[in-house]
Design a protein around this ligand. Structure first.
Ligand code: HEC
Length: 106
């Protein structure tokens, strides 16, 4: 018999499977670009927790652009005393991937 709920569950599982590697890849990117030296998902370290960043900006598209630029060029004044240094090894596309991932950390 055709059961819609089973189909929905299967579709949901499939979507989760598709999305998991993307989140995993972003976490690996954050590690390889050394973001993790100053940022923790839930705790403030030298920089703000990713969760706090996600809560402040939500999924606002204009925030993605502003934050991606800030990740590459560095900057301060939003969270406290220490500014974030520029990240010359991070390309604009990588910065955008990381920011989207951070903002999905709510
Ligand atoms: C040397 C420490 C350091 C490293 C490495 C670092 N950050 Fe930061 N980051 C900070 C600090 C400090 C702030 C707070 C800046 C402020 O108050 O405006 C910050 C802020 C941020 C913000 C929020 C900016 C805002 O305007 O609200 C994002 C997003 C961010 N970092 C992402 C990243 C990503 C992605 C990486 C890796 C490519 C990274 N950071 C690497 C220290 C760091």
């Amino acid at each position: 018999m055709f059961d819609f709920r089973q189909l929905a569950a299967a579709a949901f599982g499939f979507a989760a499977l598709l999305m998991a590697p993307a989140a995993f890849a972003s976490a690996e990117l954050a590690k390889s670009k050394n973001c993790v030296a100053c940022h923790h998902p839930e705790r403030k370290m030298i920089g703000p927790a990713y969760k706090a960043v996600a809560e402040r900006y939500g999924k606002d598209d204009s925030a993605i652009k502003v934050l991606s630029e800030k990740v590459v060029k560095g900057g301060g004044g939003s969270w406290g005393q220490s500014p974030m240094p520029p990240q010359p090894t991070v390309s604009p596309a990588e910065a955008e991937t990381l920011v989207k991932w951070i903002l999905s950390n709510q």
